[in-house]
Structure formats: structure tokens, C-alpha cells
Design a protein. Structure first.
Lengths: 284, 363
């Protein structure tokens, strides 16, 4: 079934383009040590080469410490992408588990679980993160991922629950139960695959919004801490002089925008691929 | 006669809601012999589907099968089994064919995968073996180019094909009993005949019993040997198929027959049974059909009729068995009198209606 979904995803041109973009960015991040033109931390000539506009030797220019922006962008991508992907993986898993249990078993358990979500969802996420991260000076990357992932699943779990609730009342679920399937098989084999479409969309969009969120937090100086470079950090470095050193804000900003856009496109294409009825050519 | 395959005894399935207790199935007893086809007939809300779900113990909360009910299948009481043991029976010894082939199949799996899953559940077959079995089943239920079709998704198949798939899923394990819940209701008439033919053929081959739940007496006439007519959560008449069509006793059965189109019957219009099934939270105290019955007299209002023996293997829950003279005095049923529809003008001589009182007096 996964191969089939993949095939249907690949058949869509927008998905191929977006996946290609994401793959290029991911590859650049992965291969940064090999293909980056310069050491991202090296200050080559703090006087002669500082704040250079884009040129052939430094396509994206240099920052005020004479570091190559392109190289920093590539290394920053490693941090930004992995933080986003891991955090979304964490929150997606939590949302799926929580929502599936509440929606499938229903009753009092569902009521209690959803009231907990109501409570958690009422806390503004950015404020909560700012509060924690602002006070906590020793935030390592894993902790940051846990915090980002652990606060991002409340809304999605509600969506999972709603979807599971409606799918588990469908006839074909009753039918497999009548054929002798147990709760676990029904939930994982029949309910979740049918409830997955909105979750996948949410996850793909989540990667996008997490990249933006991490960028924002790092920009404010409470996200990824130096010496690690992330896209948000680089923008912050250039923020003191946006009009003068425009390349320092423009290129990481573009990187964030393109990645978020590509994630959204993949999310939508994925939704169509998971649910064959959305595809053109599906007849009834 | 040997011990029947399925013996339902005193089945009560109630639903608990804020509006009270809905007695959807209220004391139903019947038996299905090995290799026999029994029809359960009734209109929407009479409890026939809940009876079917109860046998598989698939009634979900707030519904509950009450204490004192017994479901003897092959000698064991299904109600005494654990959920784990019950799962081994579902789809394996007792299978169910659902009404809507459009929704009874999972849209995200190919039909082959769905048929294969049954043998993977019950026999732990490998993917490959289960797939081979699925293709074999598709051949058996008469699907052309089965290997190709197995790889298709439900939405790529027609309604009739889908119903064949649903039947194939039910028959994978050669069940002893197949419960078919309105298996042809959602299909075109020509396809209906094909599906019924398929079910009978499968039955001839495998020798299983079929419990056919339907509201269509035509389906019963074609497939069943015995008929159970349900109304208001109870059995109101049970007999052989021949008796029901030739000598129906209960006025409700009569009404169902009158509502059935007949070739060459010379009827200009089909008759209908006025009114609707009363809510299961408030069954009438006496006969549950009395307010819609053209023969009802005062006894029917307060005296709940038992199942009277009418003939060999023929029972009816109607006081007419004891006082047949009331059959000669038809009148507009109570619901119409209350609603003011078809009242006095059509009712015949006043003397024939004197036994029916105003509803306010009765309740």
C-alpha cells in the first residue's frame, strides 16, 4: 500500500517539483561539509572581507565577521531542517497516539483526554516557548526539539480524534469487526489509514510552520544558540543592518520561504495520494 | 430433527439513552437449522438488524444484550464466550454480508487485500498464500479476470461487483452460518437477482445456513425456506415460506404482502400500511401493531398477544387466532382515525367500527 501511495504522489507534477526542491535543500545540508565553499565559522579576513555583497567568490556575500553566507546557510540548513523534522515527528506521533485512543475507545476516556487537550491548547504556544526558553539558558538541541515537538501536537490530536471517531463508525470498519478483526488490527489497519490523510497534511504543513517558528525563536535569540548556525540565527545576524547587508536577510529568508512552500505543496499532494478518490481519473 | 445450528432464545437487546430504554429486540426466539435459509422480514426499526448484530455480539454501547438471553451456536452459548473467543467465531464460523457494498469496503485497500485479510486473521496465512486464496474466492463469486480485479480499489468496481466482493469476504473461511443483512437492497433489480442466485449457489456448494435479513418479501420468496416476520422488536409470525404467501395470519404480514407489487395481480395501486413503527422506548402495552391494524378491537389495546400456534410450524402473535370473527370487521386503523385521514367515509357501516374507541379513551 505504501508503494501505491508513493506512486500516486509521484504522478503529480507539483509533488515532483516540491520534493525535488526539498531534496536539493536536504542534500545541500547533508553534504555541507563536502560541498560548502568555505568553513562556516572561519573569519577569513575580518577587515578586508567583512560585509561583502554577493560576488563570484561569495555568491551570497559575507557577514560582518567576513564569514561566507552561503556556507553558513548550508550548515544552518542541517540544524533548521533536523530540528523541524524531528520535532514534527515527535508531535505527529504524540498526536496520532493520543487522538486515536480517544477517538476509537470513546466514552469517558475520550471526554477526559479531550478536556486535557482543551486545557493545553489554551496556552499560547509562542508565549509558552518564549517563557521557557527565555529563562532556561542551557537549552541544548535535543531539549529544543523536545520542547518544540511537545507543544505542537494538541490541535492535530483533536483532528486525529475527530477523524478516527468518524472512520470507526463506518460500515467497512463494522464489516472487518464482523470478520473477526480485533481492536488493534481494526485501529491500525483500517481506521488509521483512513484517518491518515489530514494528519499527513498537518505533518507536512507542520514541518513548514516549525521551520518558521524555529526561525522566529532563533531570530529572537532564544531558539538555536550560537555557535550553532540556523537560518533564523543568520537572519538575526543581518537584522542590525537590513538595508545595508540585505543579502544576509534575503537568502536565509528565501530558504525558509521556499522550504515552507515546498512542504505545503507536498502536504497537499500527499493528501490526494493517500485518498484515491481525490485524484483525477477516479470514477464512481 | 437434529439440534439446529443456531438457536436464539429469549434475546433481549436494549439501548440505553437519555430518552429512556429502547427495547430494540424484545424477547426473540428462533432457530436456524444446518443448511437452511431463514428470512427475517420487517420494516425499518422493527429490530431485525439489531437481531443480526446481536448474534455476532457486535452491538455497541449504549446497546446491550440483556441477562437471560441465550445464543446457542453449535451447542455453545455465544454470550458465555470471551471477546477473544468470539473474534475467532466472527468471519470464521459465522460471517456477515453487509447491506451497502459502497461503504462496506475499505476505500484505501485493494479488494484483493481485503479478502486476503480474512484468511490472514483466522489462519495466519502468509501474504502470498492469502492473496492466492483471495483470487480463488474472486473466481468463485464469478468475477471475470480475478487476478486483475484483485488489484483494483472498491471505487473502481460497480455496485454488483462490490457486493460480490463482500460476499467473497464472508465466505473465505467457509462459515457454517452467513448472516446477510439486506444484501440486495442497494442494488439494481437485475443485479439483485444475480446476487441472490450467487448466494444460493454458494449455499449449494458449501452447505452453509443463511439468515437473510430483508424488508423485501420477494427476496424471501426466492431464497428462503422459512420466514420470521418481526414487528416492534418481537416475532409476530413465523412459518414456512409457502404458508406466508398463501395463508398469512398476522395482519402485519398481510399488510406487507399487500404492499408488494405482483405481476398480473390486477392491482391498480399498492396498498400501504398506514403509520409508522412506534418508538422502541414506548411500545404499546397490548399488541404492538394495534394502532395500525385494520382489525384491532379493545382486547388488542391492553392484552399483549402470545405466539399462537396456527398450524404445523406456523405461529402468529395475534388474538385473531382465538377470535377469528374480528377478521370480518375491517375498519380504518387507529392511527388514521387519530390523524383524521381516511376516516368515517371509507370505514364501512358504523356497526363494524364500534369496537374502536377514541385514542384518548384508550390510553
Amino acid at each position: 500500500m505504501t508503494a501505491e501511495v508513493w506512486r500516486r504522489l509521484w504522478r503529480q507534477r507539483r509533488a515532483r517539483v516540491a520534493l525535488g526542491l526539498l531534496a536539493t535543500i536536504a542534500l545541500a545540508a547533508l553534504l555541507a561539509p563536502v560541498i560548502a565553499p568555505y568553513d562556516p565559522i572561519a573569519q577569513h579576513d575580518i577587515i578586508g572581507l567583512k560585509s561583502q555583497a554577493p560576488s563570484w567568490s561569495h555568491p551570497f556575500g559575507t557577514d560582518q565577521y567576513s564569514r561566507d553566507v552561503l556556507s553558513r546557510l548550508m550548515y544552518g540548513a542541517r540544524i533548521s531542517l533536523s530540528v523541524a523534522v524531528l520535532a514534527v515527528f515527535l508531535s505527529g506521533t504524540l498526536a496520532l497516539a493520543w487522538g486515536a485512543v480517544a477517538g476509537y475507545f470513546g466514552g469517558r476516556l475520550d471526554a477526559v483526554m479531550m478536556r486535557i487537550i482543551d486545557g493545553l491548547i489554551s496556552i499560547p504556544r509562542v508565549l509558552l516557548l518564549l517563557g521557557i526558553l527565555g529563562v532556561w539558558s542551557e537549552v541544548t538541541l535535543p531539549v529544543l526539539i523536545l520542547l518544540l515537538g511537545g507543544t505542537g501536537w494538541f490541535g492535530v490530536s483533536r483532528m486525529v480524534r475527530a477523524e478516527v471517531l468518524s472512520v470507526s463508525r463506518r460500515d467497512h470498519v463494522a464489516a472487518v469487526r464482523a470478520l473477526g478483526a480485533g481492536d488493534w488490527r481494526i485501529l491500525t489497519g483500517h481506521v488509521l489509514p483512513n484517518a491518515l490523510a489530514p494528519v499527513l497534511v498537518a505533518v507536512a504543513l507542520g514541518v513548514g510552520s516549525l521551520i518558521a517558528l524555529e526561525g522566529g525563536l532563533s531570530y529572537l535569540g532564544v531558539g538555536v544558540r550560537p555557535p550553532h548556525a540556523s537560518w533564523g540565527n543568520i537572519i538575526q545576524d543581518g537584522s542590525m543592518n537590513v538595508t545595508g547587508l540585505w543579502w544576509m536577510s534575503l537568502f536565509p529568508g528565501l530558504a525558509i520561504a521556499v522550504t515552507v512552500l515546498a512542504c505545503n505543496v507536498v502536504g497537499e499532494a500527499l493528501r490526494d495520494a493517500v485518498d484515491p478518490r481525490h485524484l483525477p481519473g477516479a470514477h464512481d | 430433527m437434529t439440534e439446529p445450528l443456531l438457536k436464539v432464545e429469549n434475546l433481549h437487546t436494549f439501548f440505553y439513552s437519555e430518552n429512556g430504554v429502547a427495547r430494540a429486540v424484545d424477547g426473540v426466539s428462533f432457530a436456524v437449522g444446518a443448511g437452511e435459509t431463514v428470512g427475517i422480514v420487517g420494516e425499518s426499526g422493527c429490530g431485525k438488524s439489531v437481531t443480526a448484530l446481536s448474534i455476532l455480539r457486535l452491538v455497541r454501547p449504549p446497546g446491550r444484550i440483556e441477562q437471560g438471553s441465550r445464543l446457542l451456536f453449535d451447542g455453545t452459548d455465544l454470550l458465555g464466550l470471551s471477546e477473544e473467543q468470539m473474534r475467532k467465531i466472527r468471519g470464521n464460523r459465522i460471517a456477515m454480508v453487509f447491506q451497502e457494498p459502497m461503504t462496506a469496503l475499505n476505500p484505501v485497500f485493494t479488494v484483493g487485500e481485503q479478502i486476503a485479510e480474512v484468511s490472514r486473521i483466522h489462519e495466519g496465512k502468509s501474504r502470498k498464500d492469502a492473496w492466492a486464496r483471495a483470487v480463488e474466492m474472486l473466481t468463485l463469486v464469478g468475477i471475470p479476470s480475478p487476478e486483475q480485479r484483485a488489484k483494483e480499489y472498491p471505487h473502481q468496481l460497480s455496485g454488483g461487483m462490490r457486493q460480490r466482493i463482500v460476499i467473497a469476504m464472508a465466505l473465505v473461511m467457509n462459515p457454517a452460518l452467513v448472516i446477510a443483512d439486506e444484501p440486495t437492497t442497494a442494488l439494481d433489480v437485475t443485479i439483485q437477482a444475480q446476487i441472490l442466485e450467487l448466494l444460493s449457489e454458494m449455499q449449494r456448494r458449501a452447505g452453509m445456513s443463511i439468515l437473510m435479513i430483508t424488508h423485501d418479501l420477494g427476496v424471501v420468496a426466492e431464497t428462503c425456506t422459512r420466514v420470521i416476520v418481526m414487528y416492534g422488536g418481537e416475532i409476530v409470525e413465523e412459518s414456512s415460506v409457502g404458508d406466508v404467501f398463501k395463508a398469512a395470519h398476522h395482519p402485519y404480514t398481510e399488510g406487507l404482502l399487500g404492499a408488494m407489487p405482483r405481476v398480473g395481480g390486477g392491482q391498480e395501486r399498492l396498498t400501504t400500511i398506514p403509520g409508522t413503527v412506534p418508538p422502541p422506548t414506548a411500545w404499546p402495552v397490548g399488541c404492538r401493531f394495534h394502532d395500525r391494524c385494520p382489525y384491532a378491537w379493545d382486547r388488542c389495546v391492553n392484552d399483549h398477544p402470545p405466539l399462537y400456534q396456527i398450524g404445523a410450524g406456523h405461529v402468529s402473535r395475534c388474538h385473531l387466532a382465538e377470535e377469528p370473527e374480528y377478521r370480518n370487521r375491517p375498519h380504518p386503523p387507529l392511527v388514521e382515525q387519530v390523524m383524521g385521514v381516511g376516516g368515517v367515509a371509507q370505514g364501512g357501516a358504523p356497526g363494524e367500527r364500534e369496537n374502536v374507541k377514541d385514542r384518548s379513551e384508550l390510553t
